[in-house]
Design a protein around this ligand. Structure first.
Ligand code: NIG
Ligand code: FE
Length: 419
């Protein structure tokens, strides 16, 4: 099956050769083609270019579905490199506590927050958890996401962590999204381990990691390395244990303080370090020259009313930046990557080109898939969306609540049409 999209107003984020990522000044550069065509074949991007080069229909063998885009643009699907989309229920009651003035840390200290979700998850069956997660999965597909990382971390017991990871595996098998799975047993210290944090870290290392690896349930390993959660020492022990089983780190760092999380992530060659509200000169220095993608989660900073990371300083220093949704019940109950682009522009003062790069090619790097996803490039997986008629690509982050994703194509197949 082939799909030939013709008369595309603008084909966005095209690449002749796949880039690893966009960093520094490059982040403000975006390759586009006006009045373009895109040919998709066998799930891959077969060809693209200006309409003047579009293939002669009579020379295309086999079935071809023709789509006339006219005023519409085509983007590569969003690559959302940080989510906690598998969870039970919701936490809007804590949301009220937050409105009344309690901080994220205060709620966590009272046994709320992540521990609240862990309690709910323990009472929810694997099937029910899958059904709940699939509602969110289908929601993000409609909104233009084509690849997603999903973390465990609401289990906090061996049994429940494995349950979460099996649900993620089922999503991998049944949804058209490209899914990467991250083991986050060290998301919070369970109440029964209060004052015995080291023993919980031992459990993660000696029991959980070997069992997760034995079933091949995770691609990556994460630790919430921050004030009130896991220390740099805990993080080092857990990362070393994970690396032994081939799990590359992707860690939560510097959301609540200068935690040392960025430095320890870089030391263990993390694929990404995420959050980074507390980033200073030392952290920027550590990241420069590393293979670690600094990933910002502006949905969480927005929802919790936290300080914003110093993005301009980071980009000016030459760093790449990825943006992700952090879709989770406590700090970012939304997986809307278009809104994340808007927050990048409005709150972080990133340019439209920068947020497009941050949510596509750089997100793909932070997922470990930039050679196959994140741009319109021959041979890459055909994960794209066709917009509604729009005047410019800048209109995408500008019209910050308007649903502008009209047709979603994943693995070369039309998934849905919102026209
Ligand atoms: O990325 N910071 C740690 N973990 C999540 C929040 C999880 C929760 O509150 O449920 C985050 O923001
Ligand atoms: Fe997170």
């Amino acid at each position: 099956m082939q799909i030939l999209i013709l008369n595309i107003k603008k084909l966005v984020q095209v690449e002749e050769k796949p880039a690893k990522w966009k960093a520094g000044n490059e982040m403000a550069k975006l390759n586009t083609i006006d009045n373009a065509f895109l040919l998709i074949k066998d799930g891959k991007i077969e060809n693209f270019g200006p309409m003047s080069d579009s293939p002669n229909l009579s020379k295309l063998p086999g079935d071809v579905l023709i789509y006339n885009a006219f005023d519409r643009m085509v983007f590569p699907s969003f690559c959302d490199s940080h989510t906690h989309i598998v969870y039970a229920g919701s936490r809007e009651i804590e949301y009220i506590d937050k409105i009344k003035g309690l901080s994220y840390e205060e709620i966590a200290k009272r046994g709320g927050g992540i521990l609240n979700s862990a309690k709910l998850l323990a009472q929810t069956s694997e099937d029910e958890l899958y059904e709940q997660a699939m509602v969110r999965i289908n929601e993000i597909i409609r909104k233009g996401t084509g690849a997603v990382e999903i973390k465990s971390g609401y289990g906090l017991t061996t049994e429940s962590e494995l349950k979460m990871l099996r649900v993620i595996r089922r999503i991998k098998e049944t949804s058209p999204l490209t899914v990467k799975s991250t083991f986050l047993g060290a998301h919070s210290i369970p109440a029964e381990y209060k004052g015995r944090q080291e023993e919980y870290v031992d459990l993660v290392i000696n029991e959980m990691i070997p069992m997760v690896a034995a079933e091949g349930l995770a691609d990556y390993i994460d630790v919430f390395c921050d004030k009130g959660f896991f220390t740099v020492e805990d993080t080092e022990r857990i990362l070393m244990a994970g690396i032994k089983y081939g799990l590359r780190p992707k860690i939560h760092a510097n959301e609540l303080d200068y935690s040392g999380g960025i430095q320890v992530g870089v030391k263990y060659n993390a694929l990404s370090v995420d959050h980074l509200e507390f980033t200073g000169d030392d952290e920027i220095k550590a990241l420069l020259g590393s293979e670690t993608m600094p990933t910002l989660l502006p949905g969480a900073a927005f929802f919790l009313g936290m300080i914003d990371p110093p993005v301009r300083k980071m980009i000016d220093a030459g760093l790449p930046i990825a943006l992700a949704s952090d879709y989770n019940p406590g700090s970012s109950p939304s997986g809307d990557m278009k809104f994340i682009m808007s927050l990048g522009c409005i709150k972080l003062r990133m340019l439209p080109e920068e947020v497009i790069n941050a949510t596509t090619i750089n997100g793909a790097y932070a997922l470990g898939i930039s050679d196959t996803h994140g741009s319109i490039c021959k041979g890459k997986v055909a994960n794209v969306f066709i917009t509604k008629p729009i005047p410019s690509y800048e209109f995408m982050p500008y019209a910050y609540t308007t649903d502008l994703v009209e047709t979603v194509i994943l693995n070369g197949k039309i998934i849905n049409n919102n026209s």
